[in-house]
Structure formats: C-alpha cells, structure tokens
Design a protein around this ligand. Structure first.
Ligand SMILES: Nc1ncnc2c1ncn2[C@@H]1O[C@H](COP(=O)(O)OP(=O)(O)OP(=O)(O)O)[C@@H](O)[C@H]1O
Length: 317
C-alpha cells in the first residue's frame, strides 16, 4: 500500500473540504492507511506546497508515494502543476472530491461517500493514466504561462460567469445550503445580458477556421463545465483528444433552446451555431480581450493565444 501525502484545501466547496476532513482522517486511520496531511493556507498555495513536499521526498520513497487531494477541481489542477515534473517518474494523484463544481470527479464517476472511497482506495494496485492538456497561454503583453489542465479552458461566456462568481459572495452564501452551483446560474443570466461576441481564430493539424461572432469558446478534456453542465458529452479523459467547442452568438431564444438541448440530450452539437473540433493539437486566439477560465479558476481579461497538446498523467483512482 502506498504512502499518501494529503493536501486539503479548507476553502474548497466553501468549507466542505474542511468539514469532511476529520471524518475522512478517522476513516483513513481505521483502514490503516499511511498518510501525512497538510492544509493549504492561501490561494495558489497547493502548487507551491505540493511541489516542496515532492522535492523533499527521498528518491527511494518516490515509487511508494501518492499525493491525495481533498478539495475541488482547482486544487487538483494546482497539485498536478506542482508535482508533475519534480520526480523522474510522475507521482500519482488520488482525489477525494470536496469542491463546489467537482466536474473532474463527475466525469470519472468518483465517489464522495467516505466508506465507498476508502473501500475503493484499498483495492487500487496501480495508477490509471488519464489524458490532461498541456497549454501555453500568451496574453497581449507577451507574457507566456505553461500550465497543465484537467478539465477545460474557456474564453468568453463561461469564463465571464466564472469571473463574476469568483468575485461575489453569492457562491459562499449558497454553499451553506449546498446550492453553490446556483451562483453560476444566477451569474449566467447577468452574463447573457452583457457578454459581447468576439473574433476567434482556430488552427488544428487538419484545418484553419475563423469566427467573427464567437460567444463561448471552450477547450475541454471532460464532458462538463460549470458544475455539471454537459458542454461536450463525448469528451472523455480516457481518450487522447482535445475537444474545442465554439458557439456563435445566438439570439436569447436560441440560446435558451440550445441550453435545454444540452441538458436533455446533447443535441446542441447539431446546431449550425455550434462548431466542435476534435484534434490532437490546436492553437486558438481571441480578439478583443475576453475573460478566461482554466479548470474553473479566473484567468483575468486578456486577448489570449492558446497552444494546446495532449499529455498523460497517472491518477490513483
Ligand atoms: N487557505 C486558502 N485560503 C483561500 N483560498 C484558498 C486556500 N487554499 C486554496 N484556496 C483557493 O481556493 C480556490 C478554490 O479551490 P477549488 O477549486 O479546489 O474549490 P471549489 O472552487 O470550491 O471547487 P470546484 O473547482 O470543483 O468548483 C482555489 O483558487 C485555491 O487557490
């Protein structure tokens, strides 16, 4: 059985992770699982903390280590970015979902029930490789960021919703009644009123495309975004594939119709206003500046240029 280094984000799920941790800790101890644990202390700390902890591991212990995340999609993203290149053999990541949206867990059917999680954990013998994306993000200042992502990168509509939600107290208030995702729905209405269309250029290995009236541009590794909205039902992290969906600005009535189709049967993908690229490498850029989101984290307001490729990472799930 591996040694677990556990990173808990006490803020995830507006405190859900902090609340569940004592019960999870008791269950891990009862199951005789070996672990050490650390709480994140500020936003972005999971990357720094996990990196430091991975760097401190004696070489002979690396093959027995698993890093476990107790938090949401953003914390998994940060731990992955923290540890992925520290050791010659990547350290697998286990995950107990305790965030607000938990889209990564949803796409992998991971369990939030402690007993089921522990039962499964003790049966795992080897990691499973999943697809992740390596992205290079350049903004209008020329600043380049290299990041790994597990779920999606969005420009425009979805990122605008994330921006408003992350900058309001509504999500925290609603999370008290386990209704945090309602904050996204409420902000979605405000974004519907304010989001303008924008220009997007796409280049894949196979084709080039330009859209003058893009509204939502989302590169995704999984079926969901925004806490369970099935944006690309065929996207699957078990498949080495980049899925880019572009929605051209629809009328309000058409948007509502597409949204209903998306929730009901995924037939929004058949609309002429929706364009889906499935590829192994792509470049996408937007003009003028738009809000961006990566794995549900606000990336600010920029004219992004994105380069993305597939990668594989071992998960202990
Ligand atoms: N101690 C802390 N204080 C304040 N913010 C923190 C702390 N630790 C982590 N964070 C930040 O909390 C944010 C949210 O984390 P996370 O995405 O895991 O939870 P969530 O948003 O509730 O879940 P999901 O992404 O699944 O919707 C991240 O941006 C992270 O940097």
């Amino acid at each position: 059985m591996p040694n677990y280094t556990i990173i808990i984000n006490p803020q995830a799920g507006s405190g859900a992770a902090k609340k569940v941790w004592p019960k999870l800790k008791t269950a891990l101890t009862a199951a005789k699982i070996k672990f050490t644990y650390y709480f994140t202390e500020y936003s972005g700390h999971a990357t720094i903390l996990s990196r430091q902890l991975a760097q401190q591991l004696p070489a002979q212990q690396v093959s027995e280590q698993v890093f476990m995340v107790v938090g949401g999609d953003g914390t998994v993203n940060q731990v992955l970015n923290g540890i992925h290149d520290v050791t010659p053999t990547p350290i697998p990541i286990a995950y107990f979902p305790a965030g607000s949206g938990n889209d990564f867990a949803r796409s992998l059917h991971l369990k939030q029930k402690i007993a089921t999680f522990i039962d499964h954990l003790i049966k795992i013998r080897q990691p499973s490789n999943l697809n992740i994306f390596a992205v290079q993000i350049k903004d209008e200042t020329g600043k380049i960021q290299q990041q790994l992502l597990i779920n999606n990168f969005g420009m425009g509509f979805d990122a605008h919703v994330v921006h408003l939600t992350e900058h309001s107290t509504l999500k925290a208030k609603l999370n008290r009644w386990h209704l945090g995702n309602l904050a996204y729905v409420i902000n979605l209405i405000s974004v519907l009123k304010n989001q303008k269309s924008f220009a997007v250029d796409v280049q894949t290995k196979q084709e080039k495309a330009h859209f003058d009236q893009a509204y939502l541009v989302t590169l995704t590794n999984i079926a969901y975004f925004g806490g369970g909205v099935p944006i690309v039902p065929t996207a699957d992290p078990h498949i080495e594939e980049l899925d880019l969906i572009i929605l051209e600005k629809p009328s309000l009535i058409k948007f509502i119709g597409l949204f209903i189709l998306m929730l009901v049967n995924g037939h929004h993908l058949n609309s002429p206003a929706v364009h889906l690229f499935k590829t192994e490498q792509l470049q996408v850029s937007c003009q003028p500046a738009q809000f961006g989101q990566m794995d549900g984290e606000d990336m600010g307001h920029h004219s992004f240029q994105l380069n993305a490729t597939n990668n594989q990472y071992p998960f202990w799930i």
